[in-house]
Design a protein around this ligand. Sequence first.
Ligand code: FAD
Length: 397
Amino acid sequence: MLKIDKELCIGCGICEDQCAFAALEVVDGVAEAGENCTLCGACVEVCEPQAITLELEGANLKTDLDSWSGVWVFCEFRKAVLAPVSLELLGIGRKLADSRGVNLGAVIIGSGVGNTADELIGYGADTVYKVDHPDFEVFTEDRYGKILTRLINENRPEIVLAGATAIGRSFIPGVATTLDAGLTADCTGLEVRLEDGALLQTRPAFGGNIMATIECPRSRPQMATVRPKVMKAMEYDDSRQGEVVEVSPKDEELQSRVSVLASVVAEQGNVNIQESDILISGGRGLENEKGFELIRKLADVLDADVAASRAVVDAGWIPYPHQVGQTGKTVAPKLYIACGISGAVQHVAGMQSAEAIVAINRDENAPIFNVADFGIVGDLNEIIPKLIAKLEEQRKA
Ligand SMILES: Cc1cc2nc3c(=O)[nH]c(=O)nc-3n(C[C@H](O)[C@H](O)[C@H](O)COP(=O)(O)OP(=O)(O)OC[C@H]3O[C@@H](n4cnc5c(N)ncnc54)[C@H](O)[C@@H]3O)c2cc1C
């Protein structure tokens, strides 16, 4: 709770001005806190006479911050395949660990993990905690959560990163809650503040209109999830040395309240635009569902996959797995061709890491041209058929 010492308070009103939630008011020369207070602590920092203090009862106010050391990455392994985001997280994890001068740990949980654990060392890990047990063949939140929580409690890493994938999103928040730790979801940037080791976690906020940097300075570990394709993996280096620690699950960690009866892949989910080298993306400029026929033709000629803006997914012209952007997928293909897409911030957030961006739009002021490497101003119904004809001609030649 927020405590205001009436003897020390001079009624200057600086706290009132500082409070973003209008929760403080100076009444009769003394500050008073109202119901809107979120315990953010901004007023504590600006109060010169130190009349305001924050007492977070029962919260994870760690007084032993220095005893938490190391950066950890949860590496997702399912159906004998390592999720590519794991390597991307090892890439950023290595940078964070180096800037803190600490070890980079990786945790891999699954069945038949085999040499994948050793490979993680080549991608940047110093220590790999390998949990390899038949009961981890299928993912269940409670089993994964219990063992990861135990490993974190035993080893006390200061930072824990995980992919913002279906699996990461479903069990990492539970781990953070059990540990009473802060968690920032869907980060697009991570840095360490060298003075105090605070993890600066940047992510879009307020519908993608601002980038917010979040820190959890008083709790450990500092936990963040990161979307696939946002960070860059390191080149594999087989000369790197590290240690693989075999971890045996305890009996209670294998207990689960969930039985998985069957696992079915949704038909429309077969496309994985995050793995594509070339994406032809259609927006509302296609005018209707039929417009995607043109997009598919261009995609066929270029051996590409089809992506889309949210406007056309919402309109039902193409299913959700094709959506690029803040509430869709983040993609980083070699080539992204945006056809009839205006370039709203929420769309750009999901494709700006593409190596080359081509935009076709009849509005020369469309914001998509701000991020495009090549822009074609004109009607896509005229331009795309010409492009297809030219490409086919080149292919034949
Ligand atoms: C919280 C939130 C999350 C969101 N998440 C996403 C997201 O994940 N992904 C996403 O895409 N959007 C997202 N949006 C929506 C986003 O703000 C835009 O509304 C959306 O991206 C617009 O889609 P569009 O570019 O296809 O359509 P429009 O903005 O309508 O643009 C159509 C473009 O086509 C051009 N055009 C029209 N006819 C032709 C033609 N014949 N030839 C060439 N050009 C033509 C027009 O000039 C125009 O620039 C989100 C919004 C919010 C509030």
